[in-house]
Design a protein around this ligand. Structure first.
Ligand code: NDP
Length: 314
């Protein structure tokens, strides 16, 4: 290993140890704004990081709704947590299927009266190692960006008013940084527009992803100045990160007592099915920052991207 790589790996190892330690410190009573009446929904929670987020939130005493696009698999996953004594309910949810999403919304409204925390974890990636295939680009963009966005739109009206504020956490990636050092969109004028709240809009983000998909379709994406690594995935997560900034800004206008805070985080390179169990952190560790963000006693944090409990510059 080169000196530089060795140093950064040591640094990361140290941060992982710090976080493991932080996780042993219990929330004090004055920090715990939640109770078993607090409802947290986790998408794609039948396995991987989503399952771990569901488990850790339930471990903190919330009621967790474990959702899964495959009903049977979801019931099996929930059973593992229920048998461990956790307060976990389960429901089918495919974030790409409008009928499934509206059926879920109706169910949660009727059964629980709404939601306090939404964890948008469901996602896909088909790039492994150094592969950069565009074969599944549309599905990646549809699931990671449009699916997440749709969940945000459908769930916002169901988010219950509270003094602590409702919370949305999007499991995203640092590959989707607007100004990432190694991987970013090359078009400086577009980057400028996307980084400015005066010019950032849903239409601008949607146009960016549809331009990308058009170029994939006519096979010209390689000269389009897109991020070079895991391109479709990076574009999808960039769109998620930007949409979160946009929504945070809009939601900040809600009156006190009806606030909704929305943040993103990168879980790192995680040993899950998505990476064919490569990666250098466990799903348990990868869930930590999402859970921490969902439960933050400092409710004013919104529109940010985090990794390992620290803010990253988007
Ligand atoms: P997994 O592949 O283990 O889990 C992905 C989950 O998303 C599965 O439960 C899957 O369901 C679900 N899912 C996919 N599409 C849909 C859909 N249309 N509707 C509902 N659920 C769906 O991956 P991870 O746990 O690693 O990934 C979780 C999140 O973390 C993703 O958003 C991912 O992009 C992000 N992430 C992961 C990294 C990593 O290194 N692993 C790095 C950075 C971010 P099913 O079981 O039915 O397929």
């Amino acid at each position: 290993m080169s000196g530089k790589k060795e140093k950064s790996s040591e640094k990361r190892e140290k941060r992982l140890q710090e976080i493991s330690l932080l996780r042993t410190i219990h929330y004090s009573d004055h920090q715990r704004w939640w109770s078993e009446e607090t409802i947290a929904v986790v998408t794609g929670a039948n396995r991987g990081i989503g399952f771990e987020i569901a488990k850790q939130l339930a471990g903190h005493g919330l009621t967790v709704i474990l959702t899964s696009r495959d009903t049977r698999v979801g019931i099996e996953a929930a059973k593992v947590l229920q048998e461990g004594g956790f307060n976990v309910d389960v429901h089918q949810l495919n974030i790409l299927d409008n009928e499934s999403v509206s059926e879920f919304a109706k169910w949660i409204k009727e059964k629980y009266g709404g939601v306090d925390i939404l964890i948008n974890n469901a996602g896909v990636n088909y790039n492994i190692g150094s592969g950069n295939s565009m074969e599944f680009a549309k599905q990646v963009i549809d699931t990671n960006y449009y699916g997440t966005k749709n969940m945000v739109k459908v769930m916002i009206p169901l988010m219950r008013p509270s003094a602590a504020g409702a919370r949305i956490v999007n499991v995203s990636s640092r590959l989707g940084k607007l100004n990432g050092r190694r991987s970013r969109i090359e078009d400086e004028a577009l980057r400028e527009k996307l980084s400015n709240l005066e010019t950032l809009s849903e239409e601008l983000i949607d146009n960016m992803v549809s331009t990308f998909l058009q170029q994939v379709e006519n096979n010209s994406w390689q000269s389009g100045g897109w991020p070079q690594k895991f391109t479709d995935y990076a574009v999808s997560k960039l769109a998620v990160n930007l949409y979160s900034v946009l929504m945070a800004n809009q939601l900040a206008e809600r009156p006190e007592g009806e606030k909704i805070y929305i943040n993103c985080y990168c879980p790192g390179w995680v040993k899950t099915a998505m990476t064919s169990w490569a990666g250098n952190v466990s799903a348990e560790h990868a869930a930590d920052t999402g859970v921490w963000l969902a439960l933050l006693p400092n409710k004013e944090v919104t529109g940010k991207l985090f990794a390992e409990r620290r803010e990253l510059k988007l």
